[in-house]
Design a protein around this ligand. Structure first.
Ligand SMILES: CCCCCCCCCC/C=C\CC(=O)SCCNC(=O)CCNC(=O)[C@H](O)C(C)(C)COP(=O)(O)OP(=O)(O)OC[C@H]1O[C@@H](n2cnc3c(N)ncnc32)[C@H](O)[C@@H]1OP(=O)(O)O
Length: 280
């Protein structure tokens, strides 16, 4: 939950500031299907800052505890599923907050990757880097046309840690994953379908959600405990390895981000994003 200062003019004519709690995710459970939809709502691009990550984590936990039959993750933004980590969190960072951001990204990944109910991503827009991470943590992906998805870290001069790559490796053949990662390739929707990074294309967000519901429906007659244990068997090695390395991974992330040349690179990258946005 993030708090925002609202400004309003009170009865005395003085401007007052009021702090309100704003949730950056919503969870809606469909009464008929029992499936929960987790929607990220941090305009304009669902940049994963600390507050969004905390809200995603708490929404996943809410879904874990409310007996939902499945989880669909999607975005309230019309063009972007998630642009990945909020780069502003990494630029001239406050060290404690930066540590918390990376820890919460880890938490979100392992909670989503490890949840026992069926999961699907309705990718209703672009999904680079941390956006792709969320989608690949799920069991099924449906994406709208003319968007991009992938782990582009090497294009930014950085490497994605093993746990971040493991979702990719669950889905793509090793050869394709290695080439895509070393190139920092962003796949178009059509390319992603061709390579198997996504499972289906849908013409709208609504259709994408419907297709995710249909996927989750395929488990209706499967014993949920047997299903969950089978999923766990497939994912346990990656999670075990992640838990062994997670503290070291935070230290590595911090020391990488704090390097002067990386800070310089992030500054240039941010400038480029802003220039591109201003041209549009
Ligand atoms: C960068 C170096 C990091 C070094 C750290 C080491 C980390 C190691 C492990 C890495 C793990 C995870 C990495 C990440 O997730 S890093 C984030 C990578 N994300 C991207 O590169 C995506 C960048 N964004 C885009 O390509 C496009 O925005 C888009 C998603 C394709 C959408 O395009 P659009 O045309 O619809 O929107 P656009 O006009 O570009 O953007 C609108 C405004 O949003 C701002 N913005 C976009 N992305 C981010 C972001 N990730 N963080 C913060 N802000 C972002 C953009 O600047 C515009 O802002 P404004 O309107 O000008 O104020």
């Amino acid at each position: 939950m993030s708090s925002r200062l609202l400004s309003f003019v009170g009865r005395t004519g003085r401007r007052r500031l009021m702090s309100t709690a704003i949730k950056l995710t919503t969870v809606e459970v469909n009464d008929k299907t029992g499936i929960a939809t987790l929607t990220m709502c941090r305009p304009p691009v669902n940049g994963q800052n600390l507050e969004l990550l905390l809200d995603i984590k708490s929404s996943i936990n809410e879904i874990k505890n409310n007996n939902s039959r499945g989880l669909i993750i999607t975005s309230a933004s019309p063009k972007v599923f998630s642009a990945g980590l909020d780069i502003l969190e990494m630029y001239k960072p406050d060290q404690q907050r930066l540590r918390a951001v990376w820890t919460e990204l880890q938490n979100v990944w392992c909670d989503l990757y490890g949840i026992s109910v069926p999961t699907a991503a309705a990718i209703n827009g672009h999904a680079p880097a941390g956006g792709c991470l969320l989608a690949t943590a799920c069991e099924y992906r449906v994406m709208v046309p003319n968007c991009i998805i992938g782990l582009n870290e090497t294009q930014l001069g950085i490497i994605a840690p093993k746990w971040l790559v493991s979702g990719y490796l669950n889905i793509l053949p090793k050869r394709v994953a290695e080439r895509a990662l070393t190139q920092g390739r962003l796949f178009t929707t059509d390319e992603a379908l061709q390579e198997g990074l996504i499972d289906e294309i849908a013409n709208s967000k609504e259709e994408a959600v419907d297709k995710c519901v249909a996927f989750i429906g395929t488990f209706a007659k499967v014993n949920p405990v047997a299903r969950a244990l089978t999923k766990q068997q497939f994912r346990a090695d990656n999670l075990r390895q992640f838990h062994k390395e997670r503290e070291q991974d935070v230290d590595d992330f911090l020391s990488l981000v704090n390097r002067p040349e990386v800070q310089k690179g992030i500054g240039i990258y941010l400038e480029g994003l802003k220039k591109k946005a201003n041209k549009q």
